[in-house]
Design a protein around this ligand. Sequence first.
Ligand code: 5GP
Length: 144
Amino acid sequence: MSLETNYDPDNIFAKIIRGDIPSTKLYETDDILSFIDAFPQSQGHCLVIHKKATATNFFDIDAAKLAALTVATQKIARAVKDSLKPAGIRIAQFNGALAGQTVFHLHFHIIPVYEGQELERHAAGGQANAEELAATAAKIRAAL
Ligand code: 5GP
């Protein structure tokens, strides 16, 4: 997939927005949705998307929606920081398959980094246990 691809309304995050497939939600408004990554690189790895931006990547979202998405990403990242107390947090965003993007609905990753723990590989780890994800999500939601 190049940087110029058209938005596919049946991508997996569009299905999550529509409720066609389940997700472990952290935060939702009319515009923004944040949910836990199903193949987390670390405990608390989560994603933030704009529900109304049919943007595949960073380059095809309008400025107002990008601003809302960025502000929401900071809000969720603060809750991750306060609840899970990682040593560091990566905020990541990939554009184009060659750059590592695997889902073509613009999203920010929030990836906590813990002392002495290697991150799982991007989009290559195993699917996390649903109960563990739910427990982590409850901790993050309580800090929002
Ligand atoms: P990208 O590779 O596009 O930057 O990130 C896509 C992310 O979506 C990956 O970290 C991957 O683990 C996550 N992901 C893929 N499929 C699903 C899914 O069905 N549910 C959730 N919650 N995350 C997913």
